[in-house]
Design a binder for this molecule. Structure first.
Ligand SMILES: CSC[C@H]1O[C@H](OP(=O)(O)O)[C@H](O)[C@@H]1O
Length: 348
């Protein structure tokens, strides 16, 4: 039996609307919401009701296909023009995770003016469903590839949530832990809480606990002490955008862990599907880092924890330089060494 039997799916297309797991309610409530308009899809992405690069892309793809079903024109040229406008609207929700743009553009590319409007509507829905199905298969393969990096008894540190609910299923950085559980391999996961939105405490600790995986929660400032005191053997994280030279954008705090991995001489792995790569960007300096509202830092679930008027800096991501990354685990295998060459080969 799959270890994920008690872990809900992030998003479900039920034929005419989107059923979304509302991740802002976890871990205390497993609540679903129906998204029936493109505005509600945009709002859910911005509010992190759905988050995680692949899950954002999948949800946006369903949101675009759903919106197109309601276009009233029978003129394919007008249909495609409206589709582009709605694609741009959904693309404006969050700037860093490349999967949002990758999924939207893949759905748009699936139709053209050789189709009738009705054929285009069906095609868009099919493409969004294919994206979700492929992501589940890809994430499982990433898990299989990542599992080769660990041995029975290893203690592994991670940050944020790159788990099943951040993807179609299985996750990326967390995928090996689910497969290890299925295969009777004992891995102990240490999850960093991940201020300010607490994806580690609220989501990763919850997901892994639901799956019966050994998980220990730490606060972000415990990372160095934990690596030393608990004998952490490796660090594995997800990604939101990996560029041509291997520089990787991921949740804020990831760069910190990469520096600690270097200091403690333990491997630092990134796990991500090819849909999270952006080879058009040469270095991490080109990645647009989302800055979110001050209240995420000055308040904890509505309670003020900082003085009125204090200046706030709230980047949602940081960029880990490629030289700090031991390996990048993909569905095509584990990239090491000269990432520029290895990534170029992926996209030949
Ligand atoms: C498998 S992608 C997960 C990736 O996305 C998270 O960011 P957010 O929660 O803001 O969407 C984080 O960077 C994870 O590593």
């Amino acid at each position: 039996m799959s270890t994920l039997v008690n872990v809900p799916r992030s998003v479900i297309w039920n034929g005419n609307s989107i059923t979304l797991l509302n991740q802002t309610k976890l871990p205390t409530e497993v609540e679903y919401k129906e998204l029936t308009t493109i505005e509600s899809v945009w709002d859910s992405i911005v509010a992190l009701e759905v988050r995680g690069a692949p899950a954002i892309g999948i949800t946006a793809a369903f949101g675009l296909a759903q919106a197109a079903r309601r276009y009233e024109t029978a003129d394919i040229t007008k249909f495609l023009a409206q589709l582009k406008r709605d694609r741009d609207y959904l693309a404006s929700s969050r700037p860093t995770a490349v999967n949002l743009f990758w999924a939207l553009d893949r759905v748009v590319r699936s139709v053209d003016d050789s189709l009738t409007v009705e054929e285009a509507k069906e095609r868009l829905e099919r493409e969004a469903l294919d994206i979700q199905q492929e992501d589940e298969e890809v994430c499982r393969t990433i898990g299989e590839n990542a599992l080769t990096l660990f041995r029975d008894g290893d203690k592994v540190l991670t940050i944020c949530n790159a788990g099943s609910i951040a993807t179609a299923r299985y996750g990326t950085a967390l995928a090996p832990f689910y497969l290890a559980k299925e295969q009777g391999i004992s891995l102990q996961v240490f999850a960093s809480e991940t201020r300010p939105v607490l994806q580690g405490a609220r989501l990763t600790a919850w997901e892994l606990q639901q799956a019966g995986v050994d998980v220990t929660l730490i606060t972000d400032n415990m990372a160095a002490n934990t690596i030393a005191a608990k004998g952490i053997s490796a660090i594995i994280v997800g990604a939101d955008r990996i560029v041509a030279n291997g520089d990787t954008a991921n949740k804020i705090g990831t760069f910190n862990l990469a520096v600690l991995a270097k200091y403690f001489n333990i491997p630092f792995y990134v796990a991500a599907p090819l849909s999270t790569f952006d080879p058009a960007l040469e270095t991490g300096a080109e990645i647009v880092i989302e800055e979110r509202k001050d209240e995420e830092v000055t308040h904890v679930f509505g309670t003020r924890v900082a003085p009125e008027g204090v200046a706030v800096y709230n980047p949602a991501f940081d960029v880990t330089p490629n030289e700090l990354i031991t390996g990048i685990v993909t569905e095509k295998g584990i990239l090491r060494g000269n990432y520029k060459e290895a990534i170029a080969k992926l996209f030949l």
